[in-house]
Design a protein around this ligand. Structure first.
Ligand SMILES: [Zn+2]
Length: 77
């Protein structure tokens, strides 16, 4: 695995933070790679997929909490 800048990646851990319309989420201690040249943090594809699925759920459920109206549940993942 290599960074887009061509730098070497070192294995480590990092946190992922993300803000949505009604929330701010930080997931800590995720296995990640850090580029030794540009300092960019990269996550493995399967980890990114899991985070995306989680965020989709949080996005929907927080909207339900805030608005008080249940959204249509589409279990498409
Ligand atoms: Zn890099």
């Amino acid at each position: 695995m290599e960074c887009t800048c061509g730098g070497m990646l070192t294995e480590g851990r990092s946190s992922y933070s993300m803000s949505g319309e009604y929330y701010y989420i930080v997931i800590e201690d995720i296995p990640a790679y850090k580029c030794s040249r540009c300092g960019k943090i990269l996550f493995q594809d399967d980890v990114v997929d899991k985070i995306k699925a989680l965020l989709k759920r949080v996005d929907r459920d927080t909207k339900e909490i805030i608005t008080g109206t249940p959204s249509v549940h589409t279990y498409d993942y």
